[in-house]
Design a protein around this ligand. Sequence first.
Ligand code: UD1
Length: 313
Amino acid sequence: MPASTKFVVTGGAGFIGSTLVRRLLRLGPVAVIDNLLTGRERNLEEVRGQIEFHNTDIRDAKAVAPLIAGADTVFHLAAIPSVPRSIDDPEPSHEVNIDGTFNVFRAAAQGGVRRIVYAASSSAYGDTPTLPKTESMTPAPKSPYAAQKLMGEYYASVFYSCFGIETVSLRFFNVYGPRQDPSSPYSGVLSLFMKHLLNRTTPTIFGDGEQTRDFTYVEDVAGLCYKASQAPGVAGKMYNAGNGGRYSLNFIWDLLQKIEGVRIAPNYGPPRPGDVRDSMADTASAKAELGHAPRFSIEEGLKRTLEWYRQTI
Ligand code: UD1
């Protein structure tokens, strides 16, 4: 790879994007596009001086195009995340996750970018009972967010077949780790669990807590994003980016209490609309074709994450 190879990370101030930025900086210049809606500049603190940072909204096609043109790889992670947020307020998530994604892909195709790696979502599988979820299954989105992320995958594949730009979609499975923002009711459940654990306050679990997720440590996801940008013969394809296990919320909350040596009984509330019951990735294709090799067990990932929150909260 030439020394001047440039990476663009949309959503680079988010917790996944900022982890990826740190990894990419070892390999070439990095530009971040982020409007700081859910991202935070402090997520880039010690690397801020080494990157090009653009406070730009991907809904603004004209502003985005020149920032992307001429890059080698675009990692498209910018999105308005959260299933419930997309139900409570569907317009912004539609505009960012579909129109914004189109703008990024269009800018990349017209700007001569070699490859796009797109952050898709495991929510596309919906509530089908079969586990693990394999890439060949028919999607069944249950929420606007899931439908939007699925549309991005379809666009990724069509941008390859119609416009010739290499694209790879990675379906992220409930990513967690340092720098995940616990300050919103729409925050990922593990960031909320961490905050409650350290503050000794009571978390709310929606439903019976026996729903399961393939919680995936952020470093493993960032590693896979880079691998997906380099692997040969994968253009136009979609892969699961999970860890390959699944854990219930009750199990995780128990484990966190054991690690911390406290007992705090959770509140149980009604199940959340749009929620999927169980989720677990079949990682065989990502391992065989992209070299996916998740390194972090749930225990190790939770311990590392908890230590980060302890220093920060
Ligand atoms: C979904 C996607 C995930 C995507 C994410 C983006 C699935 C299986 N996963 O995550 O790939 O990256 O959207 O936002 O669709 N919960 C509580 N208490 C809380 C908060 C949440 O019990 O305070 C529960 C939720 O009801 C849910 C689980 O925890 O059952 C996980 O919720 P959350 O962290 O929001 O992620 P998903 O919606 O599963």
